[in-house]
Design a protein around this ligand. Structure first.
Ligand SMILES: C[S@@+](CC[C@H](N)C(=O)[O-])C[C@H]1O[C@@H](n2cnc3c(N)ncnc32)[C@H](O)[C@@H]1O
Length: 399
């Protein structure tokens, strides 16, 4: 997606900024209404021993303690989000129900955009009894649904093999019926779209009025019952070059019909479904391998950059991104990869506190005393290998 035009210029470099600190303190020092995309991967409250603490306890119980930690951070997140911003939060079954209610409370039910199922563990969790859980979730909310810039589509999903035809000038395309194939739309429900068109199957020409050699064509379903067109008559004339009259094989024999020439053009996107497969966005295993290649196997639960790239690509290419549970820095890595791929000018602010790495963990054995040291190390390695630079800001500087 291309970004804003005619709005104030923002510095484009560096692509990655890191702030060490408790995210609640850091959020207080960040500019209001500035960030266009907030991605969060908070502790899931699994009770496991990761490089970071993932076990919340309190008088009201585990969930209450976790919600009490998250609430002020989500309230502050909303304050630093721009009017066009979107929030994505990764979560699993431990807290998804509580998080959904909390986000409804902080952002409003109207701001809910999706609950995406992400298949990050395709083999399924084999430990313990019960189901082999193979998914987690992404909860998606708008800062302001009326102004949100999120486009729920992806260029990466467009498959050239879905466009099997080629014009003499080399352009790829497919033919789509101009009639609406959804039976919900018919002459009773959409009367104005049931009208005759005129076409010549020899030349392919289509028009909304008769012309020499044209035959009248009415929209019909496969069973011959009356259907409606997807386009109005003025649109047919305006985009006549994108239509083709041809003979097609129907259930009752050959008939003349009209198809739309649907082009595989530059910048084409495909709508995102609410189930994201590991083969499309990566898995926890592939994320560990990505991290290993850059700084070593030093974090047990990183996200794959493919997941973050898909998230990032739903927002404009000059988005200011914020991840204040940065961990190994996947969001910053994915921001740099996306900029490098499409020439975007996104900037990602990553925040993580100086949480001591667990004694005996891979991170500690590799020499990282804190998770923040690990975040820094990855973002430096990203700047060295992908580009875009890296800067560190201290909490004091933020004011
Ligand atoms: C689930 S991990 C994030 C993993 C990350 N998405 C990745 O791909 O590597 C959560 C991170 O949040 C950090 N964290 C937890 N509470 C925090 C707080 N109050 N302020 C800053 N960071 C915090 C932890 O140190 C941990 O690194």
């Amino acid at each position: 997606m291309t970004g804003r035009t005619g709005v104030e210029e923002r510095p484009v470099a560096p692509w990655n900024v890191f702030v060490e600190g408790d995210n609640l303190d850091v959020l207080a020092g960040l500019p209001r209404s500035a960030y266009d995309l907030v991605y969060l991967d908070p502790p899931y409250n699994t009770g496991n021993d990761f490089a970071y603490r993932d076990d919340f306890r309190g008088e009201g119980g585990r969930h209450a303690a976790w919600v009490a930690m998250m609430r002020p951070r989500l309230v502050s997140a909303r304050e630093v989000m721009s009017p066009r911003a979107a929030l994505y939060v990764s979560i699993d079954d431990h807290e998804v129900a509580h998080l959904r209610l909390l986000l409804d409370e902080v952002f409003g039910e109207d701001a809910f955009l999706a609950q995406v199922v992400v298949n990050l563990n395709p083999k399924g969790r084999q430990l313990g009894s019960g189901f082999a859980t193979s998914h987690e979730y992404l909860l998606v909310y708008a800062r302001d649904p009326a102004h949100c810039a999120l486009e729920a589509s992806s260029a990466a999903l467009v498959n050239p093999s879905d466009f099997p035809l080629t014009e003499p000038d080399g352009r790829r395309l497919r033919h789509l019926p101009l009639r609406n194939t959804n039976k919900k739309f018919n002459p009773a429900t959409s009367a104005t779209l049931h009208y005759p068109l005129w076409g010549d199957p020899s030349s392919g020409r289509v028009a909304s009025r008769p012309f020499p050699s044209a035959v009248e064509v009415l929209p019909v379903f496969g069973d011959g019952s009356p259907a409606v067109w997807r386009w109005s008559a003025p649109l047919v004339d305006e985009r006549a070059d994108d239509l083709l009259c041809k003979v097609i094989r129907g259930r009752a024999g050959d008939r003349v019909d009209i198809v739309q020439k649907d082009w595989l053009h530059e910048g084409r996107r495909k709508k995102l479904r609410t189930i994201w497969l590991a083969e499309e966005v990566g898995s926890t295993d592939s994320a560990v391998a990505e991290l290993k290649a850059l700084v070593g196997h030093v974090f047990e639960s990183p996200k794959p950059t493919g997941l973050l790239r898909r998230v990032i690509e739903t927002m404009p290419d000059d988005a200011l991104v914020l991840d204040f549970f940065a961990g190994s820095g996947t969001t910053g890595h994915a921001t740099a990869l996306t900029n490098a791929a499409d020439g975007g000018t996104r900037q990602c602010w990553s925040v993580n506190w100086a949480e001591p790495t667990r004694e005996g963990s891979n991170a500690r054995l590799a020499g990282y005393a804190t998770v923040a040291d690990l975040t820094r190390a990855r973002l430096r390695a990203v700047a060295a290998t992908v580009g875009g630079g890296f800067e560190e800001r201290s909490l004091d500087e933020l004011g």
